[in-house]
Design a protein around this ligand. Structure first.
Ligand SMILES: O=C(O)CCC(=O)C(=O)O
Length: 264
């Protein structure tokens, strides 16, 4: 079944709640960041050398600043490294992009639009990495095949998030593809027991042929923020031409009276 993709000019709590309650599939906020800021951020990123591919997926042509939970594979040594590196990621992003930077803009807006504010998600009583900068390299065979993102998949049997009711993915695009780089979203959230049967055999990617519904395609715009439920299958098509870059984080929802949480 198709589901609405809503576009608005500003981020409101009511729209986040509509995402959580599955009234809408995705939320597009446009314009979210000014074009001038986006161009400055693209330039700053070009000058920097700290972007690296995912440490556990070196053949995937995607680079990021900031280690992600996905890379820890629930191994204790990598989780320690993740928490240690995560303490510095926001500072590193500030150093590269300046005081006005895409990750802070995203987190500050989440804080101001939500009545309970927004805080950094904790794991083992330590703050997680709040977000990353991610670029899709120009490639004919790049992008990210269909997948879902879920804390419960990354950290099975961890009790820290028992009361989290919903995980959203947020991407603020400050560089966009000239060809390709579309975001495809399926209104389909597989159950944990179903996942194994959907995998393609490469990482935790899902075989598109096995998905029982059609996807909807979004072409991200410069300065746009897109938020969706991360347990709905989604994919990014190859960025054939262009500088497709975004500040990205996950958002945790516990309750309307509690803060949202962010992590990557
Ligand atoms: O860059 C995008 O458009 C989406 C990336 C993605 O797969 C995600 O946020 O989980």
């Amino acid at each position: 079944m198709q589901n609405t993709i809503k576009t608005a000019r500003s981020l409101e709590q009511s729209d986040i709640l509509d995402l959580i309650s599955e009234k809408i599939l995705a939320l597009r906020i446009f314009p979210f960041s000014k074009k001038d800021h986006c161009l400055n951020w693209q330039e700053a990123l070009k000058q920097s050398t700290v972007q690296k591919r995912y440490s556990n997926a070196l053949d995937v042509p995607v680079k990021r600043i900031g280690m992600t939970l996905f890379e820890t594979e629930n191994k204790s040594e990598k989780l320690k490294q993740y928490l240690m590196e995560g303490r510095n990621t926001r500072d590193t992003i500030q150093q590269i992009f300046g005081k006005v930077n895409p990750l802070d803009q995203l987190i500050e807006k989440l804080s101001s639009c939500w009545q309970g504010g927004c805080k950094i998600q904790e794991l083992f009583n330590e703050k997680m990495n709040p977000g990353i900068i991610r670029s899709f390299e120009e490639s004919a065979n790049g992008g990210l095949p269909p997948h879902i993102d879920s804390l419960f998949k990354d950290l099975p049997e961890n009790n820290s998030f028992n009361h989290m009711q919903c995980q959203l993915a947020a991407n603020l695009y400050f560089g966009v593809s000239e060809k390709g780089g579309n975001l495809d979203i399926w209104n389909y959230a597989p159950k944990a027991s179903e996942l194994e049967g959907l995998y393609s055999g490469s990482y935790d990617f899902i075989d598109p042929i096995k998905i029982p519904t059609q996807s909807q395609t979004i072409k991200p715009r410069l300065g746009e923020l897109i938020i969706f439920r991360s347990n709905c299958i989604h994919a990014v098509s190859s960025n054939s031409v262009g500088n497709r870059s975004a500040a990205s984080c996950f958002i945790g929802y516990y309750d309307t009276s509690k803060p949202l949480t962010v992590w990557a």
